[in-house]
Design a protein around this ligand. Structure first.
Ligand SMILES: Cc1cc2nc3c(=O)[nH]c(=O)nc-3n(C[C@H](O)[C@H](O)[C@H](O)COP(=O)(O)O)c2cc1C
Length: 224
């Protein structure tokens, strides 16, 4: 029989309070905390229990700097592609202020939104074994476990995919970190002590997300 825990409020608080943190102090992450975070990743579920994840802990400032450079390039190219394919227009559709639009556009296409990676004292590079079918889901489960443990420890983290989207960047990362051919670099998690705790980003309400028995049938109605 599974245990019924009496800490549901604490669990929900951790889920609720997790934020993507992009501003860090220089204070190092202790070995004890880091081990708890990695342990949380290790215990994640995976299809057929394949555990296709491997984690590279990067503390060295030079290596982090180089990861930041790759993240900047990847992020800039992604947002430039969003602009060219007109996907970015949705982002701006409700924004009136032209100056604000310009500033956001420049920030996104410059890649600076993801370059913060190197300013976190620890970068956890998450790799996944390519021949495992469920690997993208498995590694995502491990990453979320780690993000929640980071929050429980009073630290901050951000899941950063920017340096891993473009195959050329992935090759750069693999060369930098000696990642073998049979693994893919999935994402990098920035971890550290937060100096700025952002407001929550909006989430869709349950009544827009949950259906009863079949697609499109209200489960919660609109009263929420
Ligand atoms: C798969 C995935 C990839 C992400 N990649 C990036 C990234 O490259 N750079 C970044 O700054 N944030 C990244 N994020 C963080 C999201 O922007 C963030 O989760 C989202 O805006 C919601 O904000 P919150 O995490 O504070 O609730 C990523 C999140 C996920 C789940």
């Amino acid at each position: 029989m599974t245990e019924k825990y009496n800490i549901t409020e604490a669990a929900m608080k951790i889920i609720h309070d997790r934020r993507s943190i992009r501003d860090y102090s220089d204070e190092p992450v202790s070995e004890e905390d880091l081990r708890m975070i990695l342990e949380a990743g290790r215990l994640a579920p995976s299809g057929e229990n394949a555990q296709p994840w491997r984690f590279i802990v990067v503390r060295d400032p030079d290596t982090r700097e180089r990861l930041g450079v790759v993240a900047r390039g990847g992020s800039g190219r992604r947002f430039t592609a969003e602009y060219v394919t007109k996907k970015m227009h949705e982002r701006f559709s409700t924004m009136e202020d032209e100056e604000k639009k310009k500033a956001i556009f420049e920030k996104l296409t410059s890649g600076s939104v993801s370059a913060f990676l190197s300013t976190a004292p620890v970068n956890i590079v998450v790799c996944g074994k390519k021949d495992v079918w469920d690997m993208p889901y498995d590694t995502s489960a491990a990453i979320e476990n780690m993000l929640l443990m980071v929050t429980a420890l009073g630290l901050g983290a951000c899941w950063v995919i920017a340096p891993c989207i473009d195959i050329r960047d992935e090759e750069r990362l693999k060369a930098l970190l000696d990642v073998p051919e049979e693994f893919k670099v999935i994402s990098i998690i920035a971890v550290g002590h937060s100096t700025r705790y952002p407001k929550p980003r909006p989430r869709l309400p349950l009544h827009e997300l949950v259906y009863l028995e079949a697609w499109g049938q209200d489960y919660y109605g609109e009263e929420e």
